[in-house]
Design a protein around this ligand. Structure first.
Ligand code: F6P
Length: 543
């Protein structure tokens, strides 16, 4: 048995603190320290991060920092940034931070000048994006492109669609981007039925170029295009480009590798938005805005790489998440952007956090003996306020929540933004401090109803406030969550960079597909539930 972080005195100290914490209330923490709101808040590049409304004290933060030292968090940050093969199950470096290094930076990994490689692809993307945006890139019939359709799934979809929506205000509005991911044929139908093939450009995005959903959608999109353009296969070169690490599979598919934008096996799918995977976003916002986004990422990378743990914001927020999940028993974490443009942010974070930290085997191969990865979820405020906030306010669960807001709106209409942000501020106050029975009674409430109107408070939140939602602050926000996720994985001693758990389902789907499509009656050799479901499906499908 190896010595684990969870066997350490630092871990036990936190378990002891957690036991004492059942009697601590945020009301008391704020009453006893009038400066708490300033002490537990800091600027991180363009983000103001206020973590004062979390269930932590100086003692807890010191204990969490000690735990990070025990887990060698600083050393592991250095290992990631320098390109060590920390993804041990796939023997790969984890270098998404290199995607946002400036042109004059230096990083050689496994004998390769990574910065030169990254900027070569960025330049190629930039030249292509310029051509599409200016209309210089013409389709098969000589028309310019009006719609880009990104075909990809998981990291090859969630990042681009989330970023496109987030940065819509910066897009060239005469070119629309759409995103097809699901193998459900309705997705492809709905995204293409009203398009003109002559003005449509497909970007097929797949790191492996073997993913069933993406290749099937791409194949069907190809047929749709050729049908619409008279069947000349030469049209494909003008209407299909690829983003992948796998040139030979791209060529097999029939896309000219001259129209392929590459990346590398050291970029995980869920970390790939700032690579060529973001091509649709670059076409939408232009290469200069894309560069601003990368600079935003890089500012937070530099903070994470070089700041001591006790002042390192992604590290502290990751440690606080561990405190909730592992020591206080939280099961989920809400992310609540008070910005409609961030309406896909929670969906994106679900892959980032849950595919990264939904693990129960340590790096050593032994099982974990504690809670890991929490369920991330959320919706933009104020919509969530009229849906699930009731449970967060008065339910029985511990649900830490992140509130993300901006001081300046992208579109100022009347006083709408001030009303939005007054909700933003009110919610974290109500969650933290609640309303006691005495306060409710003092308002003259019917005594029978009074207990129902009590708000217990003590619900933890972190507030992230930026001046405005720009490509730069957007990049900072995404990098912040990437590094929070990394920190949690280090403490839990898991590999945040593989995803073996998604493989079995893929294999089984491939085995089952012939039973659904075959004209012959298939053998009853699955489990009894699946056998019956297959029979019903085939009957209803007329097979
Ligand atoms: O769902 C598993 C996964 O491998 C993700 O990690 C990845 O982002 C997604 O599939 C898509 O993979 P690819 O980019 O290779 O098509």
């Amino acid at each position: 048995m190896s010595q684990h972080v969870s066997d350490s005195a630092e871990w036990q100290a936190l378990q002891g603190l957690a036991e004492k914490f059942s009697t601590v209330h945020l009301r008391d923490l704020f009453d006893s320290d009038p400066q708490r709101g300033e002490r537990y808040a800091t600027d991180l590049a363009g983000l103001y991060v206020d973590y004062s409304k979390n269930l932590v004290t100086d003692e807890v933060l010191t204990a969490l920092t000690a735990l990070a030292q025990r887990a060698k968090l600083s050393e592991k940050i250095t290992a990631m940034f320098s390109g060590e093969h920390i993804n041990i199950t796939e023997d790969r470096a984890v270098l998404h931070t290199a995607l946002r290094l400036p042109r004059d930076a230096a990083l050689v990994v496994d004998g390769q000048d990574v910065v030169a490689d990254v900027h070569e692809v960025l330049d190629k993307m930039g030249a292509f994006a310029d051509k599409v945006r200016s209309g210089e890139w013409k389709g098969h019939t000589g028309e310019h492109i009006k719609t880009i359709v990104n075909i990809g799934i998981g990291g090859s979809d969630l990042g681009p669609v989330m970023a496109y929506e987030a940065l819509k205000d910066f897009t060239q509005r005469d070119i629309e981007a759409r995103f097809v991911s699901n193998i459900d044929p309705t997705d492809l139908f709905e995204k293409t039925h009203d398009l003109d093939p002559a003005t449509t450009l497909f970007i097929v995005v797949s790191k492996t170029f073997t993913t069933q959903e993406t290749l099937t959608n791409a194949q069907e999109a190809r047929s749709w295009l050729l049908e619409g353009l008279g069947g000349d296969a030469a049209a494909v070169a003008k209407h299909f480009v690829a983003v992948s690490t796998n040139a030979s599979k791209v060529a097999d598919f029939g896309i000219d590798t001259a129209n392929m934008f590459g990346f590398w096996d050291w970029v995980g799918g869920r970390y790939s938005l700032p690579s060529a995977v973001g091509l649709s976003v670059m076409i939408a916002i232009g290469k200069d805005r894309f560069a601003e986004m990368l600079a935003g990422y890089h500012a937070v990378d530099e903070h994470f790489r070089s700041t001591p743990i006790e002042r390192n914001i992604p590290a502290l927020l990751g440690l606080i998440n561990v405190w909730y999940d592992t020591f206080l028993g939280a099961q989920s974490h809400a992310v609540l952007p008070y910005a409609q443009y961030l309406h896909r942010f929670a969906a994106y974070l679900q892959q980032l956090t849950m595919e990264s930290n939904g693990k129960s085997t340590r790096l050593s191969g032994e099982p974990v003996s504690y809670q890991t990865g929490e369920v991330f979820w959320g919706e933009p405020g104020t919509n969530g306020q009229h849906a699930f906030y009731q449970l967060v306010h008065q339910g029985t669960k511990l649900i830490p929540a992140d509130f993300i807001g901006f001081s300046k709106p992208n579109h100022d209409i009347g006083e709408m933004h001030d009303l939005l942000m007054s909700n933003f501020l009110a919610q974290t106050g109500a969650l933290a401090f609640g309303r006691t029975l005495e306060q409710v009674k003092a308002e003259g409430t019917d005594p029978k109803v009074a207990p129902h109107r009590v708000m217990q408070g003590n619900h933890p939140t972190t507030t992230i406030l930026a001046e405005s939602l720009t490509p730069g602050t957007f990049g900072q926000l995404v990098a912040l969550y990437e590094h929070i996720t990394f920190t949690q994985g280090v403490i839990w001693e898991i590999n945040s960079f593989d995803q073996w758990g998604v493989e079995l389902g893929k294999v089984m789907a491939n085995q089952l597909a012939p039973k659904l499509t075959s004209r012959e009656t298939p053998a009853d050799d699955a489990d009894s539930s699946t056998n019956s479901l297959i029979k019903r499906y085939r009957a209803q499908r007329g097979r």
